[in-house]
Design a binder for this molecule. Sequence first.
Ligand code: SF4
Length: 462
Amino acid sequence: MNVVSATDLELDEPQYKHCTATRNACKLCTPLGACLVFRGIEGTIPFLHGSQGCSTYIRRYLISHFREPIDIAASNFSEESAIFGGSSNFKVGVRNVVAQYQPKMVAVATTCLSETIGEDMERMLYDYLKESWFEGHPHLIKVSTPSYSGTHIDGFHAAVRATVAALALPGERTARINLFPGMVSAADLRHLKEIVGDFGLPCTLLPDYSESMDGETWSEYEKLQSGGTPIADIYASGSAQASVEFGRTLVDFQTAGRFLQERFNVPNRQLGMPIGIRETDAFFETLEALSGNETPAKYAKERGRLVDALIDGHKYVFEKRAIVYGDEDLVVGLSAFLAEIGILPVLCASGGKSRHLKESLRAVIPSLDARTEIREGIDFAEIGELAESLKPDLLIGNSKGYGLARKLGIPIVRVGFPIHDRIGGQRVLHLGYRGAQSLYDTIVNSLMDAKQTSSPVGYSYL
Ligand code: SF4
């Protein structure tokens, strides 16, 4: 926390405004995003260089959302490693993990502690490989993820980039596309694979935790769950015809798509998350251009049914007021969809600080006006303070907003991550016309339910 003297403070401003501390952060730990990416790669074990508590915290969050076991190794910093460095713990830890899990890749992410003491990870990997490399040794990659200077989304994108930077190979141009979807649900990943497959496009979808984090039951415990982006597909990403990357706020971010463009001349198409009609149209138009095929009839029908549903439900949602919060690009996509269906997003809020949330929202909502508050770097205490005067009818975001929704007595539509007070968070579909249909039904029904619940005489069709 920054220290400020009383004379530095404006009398009418609360003191916390001058601090870097947050109260119930609207973001999560940076290596959490990296660990999720790494569990979405075939045979990969995430390895945290830091304390065991970090790995426990991240595992707890991921398990409560996905309801699947996840192993995350750690170099288990002690007081001694915090002072003298953790290089010996690191070497022993990686050797153990390689012996016990026999992974295809060990993917190392740093933590606040190892970043703060300035661990030289490049050197540490070099020294480890010099001593311990053997024929057939798994890949060993690393990503820098200090949590005090980013969010889980920053860790997620950094890990995707670090993976292609380490593994992508040059080659003769192919018909393959790379799809970097950002942090979406397991259901979204399955739907994206279905869509791209229906266009006849071979695809490197990175990451792909649709099976590893939402799989079937096992007859025997699998140390590393099956599924994940095949490593051979990541090698092939360097010779793809194009990359498609979701994320309007990633303007300043060194993404995987930008890396492949710079290193291997793979053109990068930066799109918004395909949430709602317009953003999904843009995604399908891109796939048409890349494949040379028309949108398959089943998606045209899904779009048509969605438009019909919007007409049916319009009277229930028109001019309702919503607070949308969470990951910046999810907030952009959801807000665009809300504007399409006649709901006013009165507050678009994120713990992220890309500095591009406002312009991204303006790009997808041409009618955006001063009635919409847009806040980056916000926490839930501030969202709660703003909510009192904004008079929202509903909240749309992750489970961390539940307490606020309860206090305000309004419904919460759970989307994004984490959803840990409901079952099926990993199966919430956000993307495509099908995802918009599902979101729309949930939003309308939540508003109808709130009206029934609060009505003194009930509200029914009888
Ligand atoms: S110390 Fe840092 S890396 Fe570890 S759990 Fe906390 S925020 Fe995450």
